[in-house]
Design a protein around this ligand. Structure first.
Ligand code: UDP
Length: 437
């Protein structure tokens, strides 16, 4: 197998020009932030992993993100071939994501100024992430005469169609903004075929714009390991049934459904209480920030505070230990564009009980690597969780299948497919619309 540029050339079959350097835009959250709380989650991990693997393919990546602290150096080398550029746009602290549309001109100014400091043609392509970055990319790509590739990560119309009870909808301004980005982009990268359909259905994306690239999982970090050792390190009892929730704590992720299901399970079989541990690893985020204590309160109301343990977000290596320690990972989300934690847990040999929404039916194979649950009724979730608490052989079988399944989702494959999308965009191949006509 050729390496580096030779490998990329082989992958794209020498068609069209290949990017040497790209501008990656991540306005509202930095690849340097700790995921699992606030605005940092799967998209941060996605950008870090994708950028590193693109650099391995000899595509240099410069990630532009908003400076959120006076400590942020103007540039930070994330990895060989991956540079993070902090752009000053508004005050460092005190701005929330909802304030950022007002800072997009300032951010774009910073991006254009950086490019102007180089020779023309410094960037071959712009890849923007999330709609806010799409707006910056729209202008930058047109100004530089290069293609715009965009990844949505989440979409307002999709989120709003699956809101948790009482959760606030995404504003109309975001829907309009997303529609404009879809109109402007040469290529839209969707995580799954379902997301591609949603882009077409809700945002009128054209078939020639759409490319499906499954995200990956870092198989060096997330790999099966010794459960006993992991439990010892994390202070978990060796004989426990550990039902883990990991991720940003917000109504959309529905950790409340897990707690209600656990209460239901314990009401049916009180004897399980001795053995059941439910760690919640992550911090408040999104609309969950308004009431950060609500999940603690719910655990108390349900009478399961002795079973549920809250832990702040952790780095990827420690998170891998949590997955190894768990009997099953539980993801009751109302909406999920992919759900990286489902892949990560499976890569560690842990089965996943997940809602059958968004990308989760791609990430989890029902009755093989875990269980897919339809709807959010606690009774149905209690039913789905029960075998994982009581049947060790099933857990072992599904855990082994999970590790095999997740091994197919390496980031190398995701980066190679993304590089192919870039090459196609640069050649204008199969484009549904011509931007420069
Ligand atoms: N994560 C982490 N530490 C934590 C909890 C989560 O690093 O304590 C990471 C996790 O590894 C995953 C990401 O946060 O890659 C969450 O991604 P996912 O796609 O599951 O959800 P999103 O945040 O995109 O909604």
């Amino acid at each position: 197998m050729p390496t580096g540029r030779g490998r990329l050339q082989a992958l794209v079959g020498g068609r069209g020009r290949r990017p040497r350097r790209i501008a990656m835009l991540s306005v509202h959250t930095s690849p340097l932030h700790q995921p699992g709380t606030g605005d940092a989650g799967g998209m941060n991990v996605y950008i870090v992993e994708l950028a590193k693997r693109l650099a391995d393919l000899d595509i240099e990546v410069e990630v532009f993100t908003r400076a959120a602290s006076s400590d942020d150096a103007p540039t930070v080398q994330l990895a060989p071939g991956v540079l993070v550029r902090h752009v000053t746009a508004g005050p460092y602290e005190g701005l929330v994501k909802e304030d950022l549309p007002a800072q997009l001109c300032a951010f774009t100014h910073g991006v254009l100024r950086t490019e102007a400091g180089h020779r023309p043609g410094h960037y071959d392509l712009v890849h923007s992430h999330y709609w806010l970055s799409g707006h910056v990319g729209w202008l930058a790509a047109e100004r530089w005469g290069v293609p715009l590739v965009h990844t949505m990560h989440t979409m307002a119309k999709v989120k709003n169609a699956a809101l948790a009870d009482g959760d606030s909808p995404e504003p109309a301004a975001r829907v309009i903004g997303e529609t404009q980005v879809v109109e402007a982009a040469d290529r839209l990268i969707a995580n799954t075929a379902e997301e591609a359909d949603e882009l077409a259905r809700h945002y009128a994306a054209l078939p020639g714009q759409l490319a499906v690239v499954h995200p990956g999982v870092n198989l060096d970090v997330f790999r099966p390991g010794d459960q006993r050792a992991a439990r010892a390190r994390l202070g978990l009892p060796q004989d426990a049934a550990v039902l883990l929730f990991a991720g940003r704590i917000q109504p959309l992720k529905a950790p409340d459904v897990l707690l209600k299901a656990v209460a239901e399970l314990l009401a049916r079989e009180p004897g399980l209480r001795e053995r059941l541990v439910v760690p919640v690893v992550g911090g408040p985020s999104g609309t969950g920030l308004a009431r950060p204590e609500s999940l603690h309160k719910l655990a108390a109301q349900l009478g399961i505070s002795d079973v549920v343990r809250f832990h702040p977000p952790v780095g990827q290596q420690v998170l891998a230990e949590w997955y190894r320690a768990a009997t099953a990972l539980v993801m009751p989300s109302h909406s999920e564009s992919f759900g990286l934690v489902a892949l990560e847990a499976q890569a560690c040999g842990t089965p996943v009980v997940a809602a059958a929404v968004g990308g989760l039916p791609v990430a989890v194979r029902d009755a093989v690597t875990g269980t897919l649950v339809h709807g959010h009724r606690p009774e149905a979730w209690a039913e789905a969780l029960r075998p994982y608490v009581t049947d060790r052989a099933l857990v072992a079988r599904r855990g082994a299948a999970a590790a095999r399944h997740a091994a197919r989702f390496g980031w190398d494959a995701a980066a190679a497919a993304t590089a192919e999308v870039y090459a196609g965009a640069m050649a204008g191949r199969g484009a549904g619309r011509l931007r420069f006509a």
